[in-house]
Design a protein around this ligand. Structure first.
Ligand code: IVH
Length: 701
């Protein structure tokens, strides 16, 4: 009987030591193979659910038999306990930077310098390896006898930070090289980055948790790599491309850069396929143009291309100038910034009434598109940047990110520039705009009943993929229906007839029919999705799911008292109050009834045994003032998850949550090497624990 099929159901029956050892080895090999197919070969070989099943089986086996738990096991990728700080690592060979070129002529000059340096014949062409300049962070991965032993950031080029626990969570990076004959020491250099798609997902999660979004994939990659708690890194998908080498012992150095990258591929390291070997300046410029036109379709961001003299011997002859090699050059794309004029500053109203100032701009071409407006985030941000109407401003558009106003040009400010005034009434419905003391964001007080903007936002959220997933019911369609008063609430969606839909602009009979079937299909859903779709403030996807498992049915959620809500994992006073407020509104209760009457249903579950108390045994100390949480709120969140809050820092303290003006407690925590969290890290900790208990069982204590 093959191991593959014999014990798929669990590990309980594996009694024979040799048998479970084999099974564990097989599981580890399978998981590694799937990681490699997915992250390195870009060719998924197994559905996620299957992967998770194998993973859990191996995790269970290793828990029963801790001696199986090797440092290169795929289960080691879940992250480890938070570090108090990163250790410093001195690079055995410094990590250099690259010279830059922008214009064609800079490239022609580079090629001439190379030829001069090599004393080559006038008409002989140099062979170059051309590749992408990834917009991420440089990293050094040290493999000893084929096993990943250390990962360090570039830092200042001489000394970086030891981020090994974080790098272990990156599934694109092999924990062991694919060779029976590994070099004694190999320093692989390359770039850690986040793909655009994973960046968008991360920001969606941040948004939902009302946490700060990352400005671009590079910042998100940097933020994730520099997490003291690698369990947080483990929840973010980072990638890696190898492009260089440091120390090599116990193997011959490949004779060219292209051969080095081929070797890396064989070793199971991810190497980008967008690379070629070209000749002369003309070859370099062709490569640059080719990549330039492909750039928007690449799944990650690049800020140019890199040319390296291909032959190692030639590289050595050319050597280095100060901190950059003479044999390589970065050919950068023009910066994606442009100047334009602010024609006005308006506000946009979101689904929860949040008021966002938006700059209306004279159309300007930046980053491949014409931009006519850019976000100014919130009122404080407008003040901080001092952007006024009439100003000439620098706008930046990075990749797929919403364009933003970077700064204004002081010399060009006209005498009649006008400062932004936050309106006191909602431009859409006229209700008062209010700003609660503990919030940075101003909101329209109209609610969806009065405010069409909130109504639109709420309905768009209801129909969205992660909520009711009503395919074909796009944002513009919803806008049209709200504007024409065809629908007011989500329940009205289910009363729409085919004829009403077909009357809408740009709606063919066929598409109307598709929307009808999508609406019908959406009726069969899960309780978690349904709760999430209601768009209750502070109730993101994860919280909605937690509520669904805890209460098992919608009535339980609607009738719960504040105390009962606080028993749910991850729910603190803020969320509890928001739920109470939502369900105390008769209109919302009516909406739920109407939706149920329309036929929306889900499998009812029995209430879960008890909420997960993933922080039990952990002690917290709160110090300083946090940006958006009161001390009571933070304490309640900790206690709801089973943790304890105490007043003073000791060796027994697990975490110190520190805000602005934290004093002696913070100093003490630093002295005792206790993990220090800011509000964002604290929130992520709470978020990360929930539904992810397995990852935390590894805690040695
Ligand atoms: S080679 C000795 N190749 O650019 C040459 N760097 O300005 C060292 N980068 O810190 C770097 N893509 O973060 C090299 N294909 C590539 C690259 C690349 C991105 C970054 C890297 C480095 C910076 C140098």
């Amino acid at each position: 009987m093959s191991l593959q099929s014999s014990h798929a159901g669990g590990t309980g029956k594996l009694t024979d030591a040799a048998e479970w050892r084999l099974r564990a080895a097989w599981l580890a090999a399978e998981l590694n193979r799937h990681n490699h197919s997915y992250y390195v070969l870009d060719n998924p070989s197994i559905p996620d659910a299957e992967y998770d099943k194998l993973f859990r089986e191996l995790q269970a086996l290793e828990q029963e038999h801790p001696e199986l738990n090797t440092p290169d096991s795929p289960t080691q990728r879940v992250g480890a306990a938070p570090l108090p700080q990163f250790e410093q690592v001195t690079h055995s060979i410094p990590m250099l930077s690259l010279g830059n070129g922008f214009e064609d002529n800079d490239i022609v000059e580079f090629d001439r310098r190379v030829r001069d340096g090599l004393d080559t014949q006038v008409d002989s062409e140099i062979e170059y390896a051309a590749e992408l300049k990834f917009d991420g962070l440089a990293i050094n991965l040290r493999y000893e006898d084929g096993v990943l032993v250390q990962a360090a950031t570039r830092g200042d080029g001489t000394t970086g930070e030891n981020v090994t626990s974080n790098i272990r969570t990156v599934r694109a990076i092999p924990l062991r090289l694919h060779t029976d004959n590994p070099p004694k020491v190999l320093d692989v250099r390359g770039e850690v980055l986040m793909f655009k798609e994973d960046f968008a997902k991360l920001n969606a999660r941040q948004r939902e948790a009302e946490m700060k979004e990352f400005a671009n994939p590079r910042n998100a990659a940097a933020g994730s790599l520099r997490q003291l708690d690698s369990r947080i890194t483990a929840q973010r998908t980072l990638r890696f491309f190898a492009y260089g080498i440091g120390t090599l012992e116990g193997a011959a150095m490949p004779a060219s850069h292209s051969a080095l990258l081929d070797w890396y591929s064989e070793l199971g390291l991810p190497v980008c396929k967008e690379r070629s070997v070209v000749k002369g300046a003309a070859g370099l410029l062709d490569f640059f143009r080719g990549i330039g036109s492909k750039r928007p379709q690449l799944p990650y961001e690049i800020d140019g291309v890199v040319y390296k003299v291909n032959r190692l011997l030639q590289q050595q002859t050319l050597g280095f100038v100060s901190r950059a090699p003479r044999f390589a050059l970065a050919h950068k794309f023009p910066a994606e910034e442009a100047t334009t004029q602010v024609l006005g500053i308006e506000v946009q109203i979101g689904r929860t009434g949040a008021v966002t100032p938006v700059a209306r701009l004279a159309p300007v071409f930046v980053g491949g598109v014409t931009v006519t407006n850019a976000t100014l985030h919130n009122e404080d941000e407008v003040r901080r940047k001092d952007i006024q109407i009439g100003d000439t401003v620098i706008v930046r558009r990075a990749g797929d990110v919403i364009p933003e106003v970077v700064s204004f040009v002081a010399d060009l400010r006209p005498a009649d520039a006008q400062a932004f005034v936050m309106p006191t009434a909602c431009p859409v419905c006229g209700s008062a705009i209010v700003k609660l003391e503990d919030e940075a964001i101003a909101r329209c007080s109209g609610g969806w009943v009065k405010c069409a903007a909130q109504r639109k936002g709420g309905l768009q959220h209801f129909a969205s993929r992660r909520a009711m997933d009503i395919e074909g019911l796009g944002d513009q369609l919803i806008e049209q229906m709200v504007d024409r008063n065809i629908i007011t609430t989500a329940a009205d969606l289910y009363k729409l007839g085919l004829s009403k839909l077909a009357e809408l602009d740009r709606m063919a009979d066929k598409s109307a029919q598709n929307v009808m079937s999508a609406l019908e299909k959406s009726k069969s859903t899960t309780l978690g999705r349904f709760i999430y779709a209601l768009g209750i403030r502070h109730v993101g996807e994860a919280t909605a799911k937690e509520l669904a498992t805890h209460f098992g049915g919608i009535d339980g959620v609607m009738q719960a008292s504040e105390e009962q809500l606080l028993e749910v994992a991850d729910i603190g006073p803020v969320v509890a109050r928001s739920l109470l407020a939502f369900f105390s509104d008769p209109l919302n209760r009516e909406l739920v009834e109407q939706l149920r009457a329309a036929g929306i249903h889900w499998p009812e579950n029995l209430p879960a045994e008890s909420a997960s108390k993933f922080l039990s045994g952990k002690t917290f100390v709160l110090t300083g003032s946090l940006p958006t949480l009161t001390r009571d709120a933070a304490a309640a969140m900790i206690e709801a998850a089973g943790g304890k809050v105490t007043g003073s820092v000791s060796k027994k303290t697990s975490y110190v949550v520190a805000g602005a003006e934290a004093g002696s407690k913070l100093t003490k925590a630093e002295e005792l090497n206790i993990a220090i969290l800011d509000e964002a890290a604290f929130r992520t900790l709470l978020e990360s624990k929930q539904g992810n208990e397995q990852g935390n069982e590894h805690d040695p204590d």
